[in-house]
Write a protein that binds this ligand. Sequence first.
Ligand code: SAM
Length: 293
Amino acid sequence: MSHSASINQGTLYVVATPIGNLEDMAPRAVRTLSEVDLIAAEDTRHSGKLLRHFGIGTKTEAIHEHNERNQVPRLIEILKGGKSIAFITDAGTPLVSDPGFHLVRAARQAGIRVTPVPGACAAIAALSAAGLPSDRFVFEGFPPAKSVARRAVFEKLCEEGRTLIFYESPHRILESLKDMSEVFGDGREAVLARELTKQFETLHSATLAELLEWVGRDANQQLGEFVILIHGVPRVEQSAVDEETGRVLKILLEELPVKQAAALAAKITGLKKNKLYEHALALKRDGQETSEI
Ligand code: SAM
């Protein structure tokens, strides 16, 4: 990939737009959108409102997710011809669970200068206010729509130690929370961030089981846009289980899957299954890490 863009070529600006509150539009984003030759937008009707609000009269063209690849060669020719293009999606940072990847990749491969104009991103906004560990995190985007595939994705992430971030739509929020609660464990700490930067912004911290119950009980909490953040599995030494219980779990884990080992350990010790499930996941994860070294 070339890093030295030709001065005769145009620049591709990847411009973030607000995720609800128009005051989050960066002044540089307004200036860039006003100055470029063309705005390539995910949905020109949707972006039209934003552009009108900021008095931006630049010509727009639609680049939908399904026709992005077909449009790329033409846009690259425009850039090569010396014209600049700004790319925007309906809300937030392009390419983050949004179109733009093919265009950006092709532009960079063609040696065209690609420059970000940063701004809102729902995942980062949610993380910044969730109060979950944020030094390391994993962004997973939207979970699959069908339960079997969704649960398979969650199973793979079950022992992940970093904070997990998901996007979810209103019509799947309950199903997804249900699967999360069953796979990650109903006692796992999580945060539901809804309608960020908008009138009904809500950030609710609870266990996954409590979140499911809370959202299920209140139809208002099922409306709008969601980010779900899930605490990663703590390290063995941070998970508060006494030495004897830890020893029992380790032995059970040699013979049984995590869920069964935790259930049996709960019967033996009288401790809560949730807590033991988390400790079992941590033991399994840390055990695997040690054996990989
Ligand atoms: N590119 C965008 C970004 O930077 O966040 C994400 C686009 S994706 C198609 C839309 C999803 O992002 C929504 O379904 C929701 O999960 C999340 N999202 C966007 N705006 C949000 C908001 N204001 N509050 C909570 N979640 C939001």
